[in-house]
Design a protein. Structure first.
Length: 89
């Protein structure tokens, strides 16, 4: 799984029928300290995340294991909105 921050939304009027009704979010990966990395991912939002929120992503075949994404052409899904990160130092 990957930590990221939602930085935008993708709107697509023409898409595979299996994607109809799914919200597509642009997520920028973050380091554990919250700093932004250069990698961006478009992910299906299965939890109602909004722009600016820190989220947890599942990718690859794991992305197709949620109730929202099962058997759909999905490679990344937002599976959690992160409240806090507590690191042992």
């Amino acid at each position: 799984m990957v930590l990221g921050k939602v930085v935008g939304t993708v709107w697509a009027t023409r898409k595979d029928a299996q994607l109809t009704g799914l919200k597509l979010q642009i997520v920028r990966e973050t380091a554990l300290d919250g700093s932004l990395k250069e990698r961006f991912v478009v992910a299906v939002d299965s939890v109602g995340a909004g722009v600016g929120e820190t989220v947890l992503l599942a990718q690859g075949s794991s992305a197709r294991q949620t109730d929202t994404t099962r058997n759909k052409p999905i490679d990344a899904v937002i599976v959690a909105i992160v409240d806090t990160i507590d690191l042992a130092r």
